[in-house]
Design a binder for this molecule. Structure first.
Ligand SMILES: NC(=O)c1ccc[n+]([C@@H]2O[C@H](COP(=O)([O-])OP(=O)(O)OC[C@H]3O[C@@H](n4cnc5c(N)ncnc54)[C@H](OP(=O)(O)O)[C@@H]3O)[C@@H](O)[C@H]2O)c1
Length: 335
């Protein structure tokens, strides 16, 4: 198994290397790619120093699998070139997510999409991943009608630029290349991506489009507000859910406690609820503050937290790769 990581020096790329190290995913050769300014530098993988190479060199190595996390321009240009020479691409950028013929996959929710034969597979947006892991079991049983989402997104979601800005500001230093148009230290910024003509941001629209695609329904009404917060450990979201079918609160709790990928942390009397500080470095989606919204007939509120670099990006990508391997999809390609 020849593996390439495109964006190996970035926050997601580094987390991919970490997740791969922690799993038994087979890898005979690993090629690490970053921008031209990083070529010749080294990253570490399974105890070895790996030299960064140019993306042209990486494609010439004809890897079996390429994990992309270097932004959507790189993915738009290079993913089809890798796929054209029979390399599976799992892409973390937004380049391919809304293309109807490209699978957008969270393995706990819609692994069947991986059987459609596409060599390019899109990893969803980090907030979408944690949202659908928690919502898919509820949708399956009680049919979700409407969602009102407010996110509290970590600076790690903006890569090294985001974390650098927060750390520099905390030390009262000037920030050379800020990730945000305002200070993030001691602040909240209700702005993720670019604004559209409806005054929503691209990050808010991704939650609408990607959630419907993964849950295979055009019918759920979704409205979101995305907020960047001065937090490092992960993304949090307050979600208001309206279902078509009535439910018992206990049934929702049991569903959350028994569904794959979810860890319930919900004991208000003991001050137990999910928090990003404790989600950092973990692969689960943490769910808590589960309670009825009694202002509507079938209403529910919950609080969902996950490490955006792990389940929101690297872990999900490695789970997709493991699914391909386990179901002989990678092996079919290798033979
Ligand atoms: N951060 C998250 O939570 C998250 C979650 C889901 C998806 N994503 C997506 O994942 C991607 C990477 O995000 P990140 O947070 O890891 O960003 P990051 O920390 O800024 O890292 C960007 C990576 O891309 C590389 N790169 C830049 N230009 C390149 C080029 N011309 N050729 C090859 N590599 C190039 C960088 O290499 P150098 O070090 O040489 O500059 C670096 O390795 C983005 O598309 C982002 O939207 C991020």
């Amino acid at each position: 198994m020849k593996l390439t990581i495109v964006g190996a020096t970035g926050m997601v790329g580094q987390t991919m290397l970490e997740v791969l190290e922690q799993t038994s995913f087979p890898c005979t050769s690993l090629f690490a790619v970053a921008s031209p300014s990083s070529v010749g530098k080294e990253v570490r993988f399974r105890g070895k120093a790996i030299k960064i190479i140019d993306i042209e060199d990486a494609i010439n190595k004809k890897p079996d699998l390429a994990l992309f996390s270097a932004g959507s321009d790189i993915s738009k240009h290079w993913a089809p070139l890798f796929a054209a020479q029979n390399t599976y691409v799992i892409d973390n950028s937004s380049a391919w997510r809304s293309q109807p013929d490209i699978p957008l996959v969270v393995p706990e929710v819609n692994p069947e999409a991986l059987h459609k034969g596409s060599l390019i597979i899109a990893n969803p947006n980090c907030s979408t991943i944690q949202l659908v892991v928690a919502l898919a079991p509820i949708h399956k049983q009680f049919k979700i009608k409407r969602l009102v989402i407010s996110t509290y997104q970590s600076v790690t979601g903006s890569g090294y630029k985001g974390i650098n800005q927060l750390l520099q500001e905390q030390q009262n230093k000037s920030v050379e290349k800020p990730a945000y148009p305002h200070p993030i230290h001691l602040n909240l910024i209700p702005h993720g991506g670019a604004f559209d003509e409806g005054f929503y941001t691209t990050e808010e629209r991704k939650l609408e489009v990607e959630t419907r695609k993964i849950l295979s329904t055009a019918e759920i009404a979704i409205t979101a507000t995305v907020v960047r917060v001065p937090v490092i450990g992960g993304h949090s979201m307050a979600v208001n859910i309206e279902t078509e079918k009535p439910f018992e609160l206990e049934a929702i709790r049991q569903l959350m406690a028994s569904s794959p990928g979810i860890k319930m942390e919900d004991d208000p009397a003991a001050n137990i609820y999910p928090m990003p500080l404790y989600a950092q470095g973990k692969d689960e989606v943490f769910v808590g503050r589960v309670r009825r919204d009694s202002t509507i007939a079938n209403g529910l509120n919950m609080w969902i937290v996950a490490d955006n670099l792990r389940k929101g990006a690297a872990t999900n990508a490695v789970q997709i790769a493991s699914y391909l391997l386990k179901n002989n999809l990678l092996a079919q390609k290798l033979t």
